[in-house]
Design a protein around this ligand. Structure first.
Ligand SMILES: Cc1cc2nc3c(=O)[nH]c(=O)nc-3n(C[C@H](O)[C@H](O)[C@H](O)COP(=O)(O)O)c2cc1C
Length: 507
């Protein structure tokens, strides 16, 4: 990838630096974007009656469903959508009502929308349904008699996804999109990064919730963008498709082969467009008529950056038994911690957090549907953890080892580079997700930018849910001085910081 590729260009253009922070983007506080689409006159299917609300705060909200309902039934779908992106908190500020969701979102702007596509379902008409989060309802996008039949819908979806085998069988599929302006309204051009990270968190919830409801959810990242957008009837000038997610009955069809998840972009990158977000998103598109082959998969478990091979290592020993239960409740109770105490967590707690986020296989969880986790690397900055000296470590998930990069107290540095946020200074540990953008774009073209941020958000959500399960505090950080993170980690300009997650004990 040349440094003039669309992904590198966008990344460079949206960096924060101490000199330029706060310049150049006007926020019209009087006109916040709508967080929901309204399909006026559309047939509406209320999913709220299917939610098993239980007075017992410790009861597993999905327990009754598992015994009584088939995985693809409406009650389980209602629960799946609720745990993936439903309203789990409401706050009133004067005349305004704020709806908080199962997945966190930078600035609580919620750019991610979900569509459900159905065919031959006993309780749903064939077609495209918009998941209206506030009302927990499904709205039919096409009026009755308009739009493709269920058979045609899935044939076209499968063709747009290069014949993905899971879609051949699936009677239901979710599609995740993001509405760029919801995030760009506040964050300007950098909003696209948040759109992708936020959507990754939503996919993270899906990956945790689906198997617990008896569903096998895969994530297709290689699809012809314009064809899927056309099926949904969304405007490509305003909204992008990020993932197609076939839903199968895990017991009956879960073992079916799945297509390669991520394929490279085939768009002509061209020159920079006036709109930086459309520029990078469109440069990452797969065009109709093209046949991008997925690159050979690398096993992320075996990857170890040779740079840290001989560093002093700490073997992490996890326990992880708590992740066998209460995970639904942890998703529904999750909130971003607003203040961390600076107190230590234990080395076992850190091991458990990392095992759940990166090594589902070690804690008895289903392999999460990531696009290409081999693209990401992670550093753990330890402010205060029992049994580990403070400093910066490279985390090797395959070996569950922390490799020392730099010893010492780095609170001042992490506080500064996360734009002076107390959360980073008062965290026990800070996970920093990075990637080699040149390598990633060599594999996937500009589409790599999507996969990197979606996967980092996905892992970030697994850290969130694990932390809540363990009674710890957690928050993502999407704003940081990019070049200063590189300097702290001592990584070259071709590598980038994708995302930061703070973990610790809440006040
Ligand atoms: C990608 C991303 C970036 C975020 N960045 C920050 C941040 O820099 N500082 C912060 O205090 N919270 C941050 N948050 C947390 C959001 O503010 C929080 O998710 C939102 O207010 C909704 O509240 P909830 O997470 O409690 O549901 C971030 C969340 C996400 C998903």
């Amino acid at each position: 990838m040349s440094s003039n590729s669309a992904a590198a260009r966008y990344h460079q253009r949206t960096k924060y630096s101490p000199e330029t922070l706060g310049q150049g983007h006007f926020i019209d506080w009087n006109s916040p974007p709508a967080q929901f689409k309204e399909y006026r006159g559309a047939e509406r299917r209320d999913l709220r009656p299917f939610l098993p609300m239980n007075e017992d705060p410790l009861a597993d909200p999905a327990a009754g469903l598992r015994d009584s309902e088939s995985p693809l039934s409406l009650p389980r779908l209602a629960m799946l959508l609720f745990m993936t992106n439903g309203v789990t908190g409401i706050a009133h500020a004067g005349p305004q009502t704020h709806y908080f969701r199962a997945a966190p979102s930078a600035g609580a702007l919620y750019p991610t929308d979900l569509y459900l596509l159905s065919r031959d379902h006993p309780d749903l008409p064939d077609g495209v349904h918009y998941f209206h989060v506030r009302d927990h309802s499904l709205l039919e996008v096409y009026p009755p008699g308009v739009g493709p039949s269920g058979t045609e819908l899935f044939e076209r979806l499968q063709a747009a996804c290069f014949g993905d085998p899971a879609l051949r069988e699936a009677r239901l599929a979710l599609v995740a999109t993001c509405v760029f302006w919801r995030s760009a309204w506040r964050y300007g051009e950098r909003g696209y990064r948040r759109c992708l990270l936020d959507s990754g968190h939503v996919l993270g919830n899906l990956g945790i919730a689906a198997p617990r409801l008896g569903l096998a959810a895969s994530a297709v990242g290689g699809f012809v963008d314009a064809e899927v957008a056309e099926l949904l009837g969304i405007s490509p000038e305003k909204e992008g498709v990020l993932a197609v997610l076939p839903l199968l009955d895990a017991e009956r069809e879960g073992g079916l082969p799945r297509g390669p998840s991520a394929r490279p972009a085939t768009a002509d990158e061209g020159d920079a467009a006036a709109d930086a977000i459309l520029d990078v998103h469109n440069a990452g598109a797969i065009r109709a008529g093209s046949h991008p082959e997925a690159p050979a998969a690398e096993d992320p478990a075996l990857l170890l950056n040779p740079k840290y091979e001989f560093a002093k290592g700490i073997k992490l020993r996890h326990d992880g038994r708590q992740f066998a239960e209460q995970m639904e409740m942890s998703i529904l109770r999750r909130r971003s911690t607003r203040q961390l105490s600076g107190q230590s967590i234990s080395v076992t707690e850190l091991a458990d957090l990392l095992a759940f986020a990166y090594r589902a296989d070690l804690v008895g969880d289903t392999t999460p549907p990531l696009f290409d986790p081999s693209l990401l690397e992670s550093f753990v900055l330890v402010n205060s953890a029992e049994g580990i000296e403070p400093g910066l470590y490279y985390f090797a998930p395959g070996f569950m080892e922390l490799l020392l990069v730099k010893a010492g107290d780095l609170r001042r540095e992490i506080y500064h580079l996360s734009l002076g946020q107390d959360l980073a200074r008062d965290a026990s540990v800070v996970v920093i997700h990075t990637a080699d953008l040149e390598d990633a774009t060599r594999r996937y073209g500009a589409r790599a930018y999507r996969y990197l941020h979606l996967d980092a958000g996905h892992i970030g959500e697994r850290l969130n849910v694990a932390a809540v399960r363990m009674g710890l505090g957690v928050s993502g950080i999407g704003g940081f001085f990019d070049d200063e993170v590189n300097a702290l980690l001592d990584i070259p300009p071709r590598e980038l910081c994708v995302y930061i997650t703070c973990l610790g004990r809440p006040v």
